[in-house]
Design a protein around this ligand. Structure first.
Ligand code: TXA
Ligand code: MG
Length: 343
């Protein structure tokens, strides 16, 4: 399959490229596009064959439902039974933005998109290209992250091209995404909203709008079965064993030295503040501790870079479970297969 790439500068006229990409979506083909979180791989959410092309291109397990993306709130009418009060408040506060809301589904949606569930996750992305593309296609667009299943989510069109060239019909290249981690997934089918996946909107921000918010117990207990089917897969894992290190630079350097003495090529995932303090084969800073949003934005690119460097073992620093730190630690713990060493 030939993969067309449209390079778009959002600041200049891009209507013709958006129209061409939208035509592919209308023709039930797959197109990757940027959102404010990560790149998505889109297809017509109302057509089963179109949606199955997403699962085939990614190698995604068919029991893992997709998020349906919309450009206007009116699109909800055809997709969900009802919008409860707390869900409406969350939409008003955070859409367009990195929040996926699970509601009871109805009607037109492909059963493959929702993996046969009676609910659907919906989000309105906060990115001019994503919104323009969805509006031009005039369809609800099913879109998981545009990576091969198991790889870190893509934050650049280059990441998408590395994983999916020849497997999808098009890539709209709109530059780097902003948040760098996926949306927060909140189940609004219950009386109290439940966070199934931490992400770009923090627990604190949700609570400020709707008061009480629960968290899926599986988020802090790897023995429990998660409510979001996708959360059970060992996503985001780099090729080399990855170990999270809760302790000082000295503690982490001692572990690096031990691995070196065993003849291993070592890597460390660190931050601007500590990057000059380590001696390892590959030292990658993913951002600054003073602004955890920079860490969120840099983490997936850092994990992909380790794969290219041929490291045998990677040690990673930990972050506080506050604000966007919740989502950062969720993804790092998954990447590490919950392998954490304490000083
Ligand atoms: O930021 C994002 O959310 C990105 C961009 C492209 O929008 N998309 C994304 O999609 O991360 P994906 O497919 O990689 O992750 C969707 C997550 C999975 O964990 C899936 O199991 C969960 O949402 N999910 C989707 N629909 C669900 C439903 N009806 N019930 C429970 N979990 C659901
Ligand atoms: Mg994904």
């Amino acid at each position: 399959m030939k993969t067309i790439v449209w390079k778009i500068d959002p600041a200049i006229e891009h209507a013709p490229q958006i129209k061409a990409a939208a035509e592919l979506l209308k023709g039930n083909e797959t197109v990757a596009f940027p959102t404010e979180t990560v790149y998505g791989l889109g297809a017509n959410a109302t057509n089963d064959q179109a949606v199955q092309k997403i699962f085939a291109a990614k190698g995604r397990p068919s029991d893992n439902p997709l998020i349906v993306h919309i450009a206007k709130v009116q699109q909800l009418e055809d997709l969900v039974e009802e919008v409860p009060e707390h869900a409406r408040k969350l939409m008003e506060a955070f859409w367009p933005g990195p929040l996926t809301i699970i509601l009871k589904k109805k009607g037109r949606l492909s059963d493959s998109a929702t993996a046969g569930l009676d609910s659907v996750g919906i989000r309105m992305p906060d990115h001019p290209i994503a919104l323009a593309l969805i509006a031009a296609a005039d369809l609800p667009i099913a879109a998981p992250s545009a990576n091969l299943s198991g790889k870190p989510s893509p934050t650049t069109a280059g990441h998408v091209a590395n994983d999916l060239t020849g497997r999808i019909s098009g890539i709209v290249d709109g530059g780097e995404t902003g948040v760098g981690l996926e949306s927060t997934v909140v189940d609004c089918t219950r009386a109290v909203p439940v966070i199934l996946r931490p992400g770009g909107v923090t627990r604190e921000e949700l609570m400020a709008v709707v008061g009480e918010v629960r968290e899926d117990v599986a988020l802090h207990n790897p023995e429990e079965a998660p409510k979001a089917p996708g959360m059970k897969y060992t996503h985001y894992a780099p090729d080399a064993p990855f170990i999270l290190m809760d302790g000082s630079v000295r503690f982490i350097q001692a572990a690096i030295d031990q691995s070196k003495s065993e003849g291993k090529k070592t890597g460390v995932l660190t931050t601007e503040e500590n990057k000059d303090a380590y001696t390892a084969d590959t030292v990658i800073s993913c951002g600054s501790r003073k602004d955890l949003a920079t860490v969120a934005a840099g983490i997936y690119d850092a994990l992909r870079t380790f794969d290219e460097s041929g490291t045998d073992v990677i040690y990673g620093e930990v972050f506080p479970y506050e604000g966007i730190g919740d989502a950062i630690m969720n993804r790092l713990m998954k990447a590490a297969g919950h392998h954490l060493m304490k000083e």
